[in-house]
Design a protein around this ligand. Structure first.
Ligand SMILES: C[S@@+](CC[C@H](N)C(=O)[O-])C[C@H]1O[C@@H](n2cnc3c(N)ncnc32)[C@H](O)[C@@H]1O
Length: 315
């Protein structure tokens, strides 16, 4: 296991995970091919339905074996096999905490049916009485706070719903887009999952790491990662993505790189332009308050420091 840590390793995830001697993952995020004919360079994404289901059973069982007793297991899947994933998880003894719908803009356009604009994300745990969930790390300011100025508002914000609208698909024109992988997930979505269901220093496993999004998000949130991927070309490109990220220097006077990453994550959760926030005193105070709650480090952050950092991350 040590030789997989903080690396992206090329190979079949089932074969690699079967070799692990004991559970090592605090959190697993799996975004397997959906068997809908996507064009990957190595994997054939159109196999017989019964073979795909048998394979899903195998990789889910391999993941479950390496998940620590208190661990969490998230699985992204399309409509076609969502029901199968839920049934297999039940058979493996996993407990469902949420059936999340990721609703994205820029869905693929159709002529004779409605445009698909969602993916299912299952959130399972190994032990329903013992798991990590950092609610303060993912709360967002509520409408009572943002719009209505309602004194009954919970000062620590509200938990996000189980339908996630905040994260767009990573489209061709986006700065984040790597360009060499057909279905890259947004880092911001992974950061919500990792912040909620793991602690700094924990180990996050992605058995289908593709362009390396989970590893990139885990690294930025000070978690360890294990990325597995069957395509040598994707592995090489994902490794380059990670090494570029590791070379980036924090570019702000007041906040370190962990804080800056956290501020970026909060900004994408709130979905308001940084300029609007810095120009509105009340909104800026709310954001600074939510940010301090997420950091949970007993530090004080002035609105001036937050405004300066917002300017740096959006310039
Ligand atoms: C849906 S993509 C993952 C995308 C990833 N979440 C991202 O953000 O870039 C699925 C990936 O699984 C890889 N794959 C398919 N079978 C595999 C296997 N048995 N072991 C490891 N990786 C595999 C494919 O090459 C593909 O890159």
């Amino acid at each position: 296991m040590q030789k997989l840590l903080n690396k992206i390793t090329c190979g079949d995830c089932i074969k690699i995970l079967d070799k692990a001697r004991k559970p090592f993952a605090d959190l697993i995020f799996a975004d397997p091919p959906f068997n809908i004919g996507y064009k990957y360079d190595k994997y054939n994404d159109k196999v017989k339905c019964k073979n795909y289901i048998a394979w899903t059973q195998d990789w889910m069982a391999a993941c479950k074996k390496v998940l620590k007793p208190h661990g969490s297991f998230y699985i992204a899947i399309g409509d076609e096999y969502a029901a199968n994933v839920k049934i297999i998880a039940d058979e493996l003894g996993l407990f469902m905490r949420n059936w999340i719908i990721w609703h994205y803009t820029f869905g693929q356009q159709m002529k004779k049916k409605f445009a698909r604009s969602h993916t299912h994300i299952f959130y399972f745990v190994n032990d329903k009485n013992n798991f990590t969930f950092n609610d303060l790390a993912v709360r967002v300011p509520s409408d009572r706070q943002l719009i209505y100025n309602d004194r009954r508002a919970n000062p620590v914000g509200k938990m996000p719903d189980d339908v996630w609208h905040e994260y767009s698909r990573v489209c061709g024109t986006f700065k984040e887009r790597t360009g060499w992988h057909p279905c890259q997930m947004p880092e911001s979505l992974l950061k919500r999952i990792i912040s909620a269901s793991s602690d700094p220093g924990d180990c996050v496993l992605d058995p289908f790491c593709g362009s390396g999004t989970t590893a990139a998000a885990a690294y930025q949130l000070a978690r360890n990662y294990v990325g597995l991927e069957i395509s040598q070309e994707y592995v090489e490109n994902a490794r380059k993505r990670l090494s570029r990220l590791k070379k980036q220097q924090p570019a702000n006077l007041f906040l370190n790189s962990t804080e800056l990453n956290e501020l970026k994550r909060l900004l994408s959760d709130i979905r308001k332009p940084a300029k609007q926030i810095t120009e509105d005193k009340k909104l800026l105070e709310l954001l600074a308050n939510q940010f301090a709650l997420r950091m949970n480090n007993h530090k004080r952050y002035s609105t001036a420091e937050i405004a300066a950092a917002l300017k740096d991350i959006t310039d």
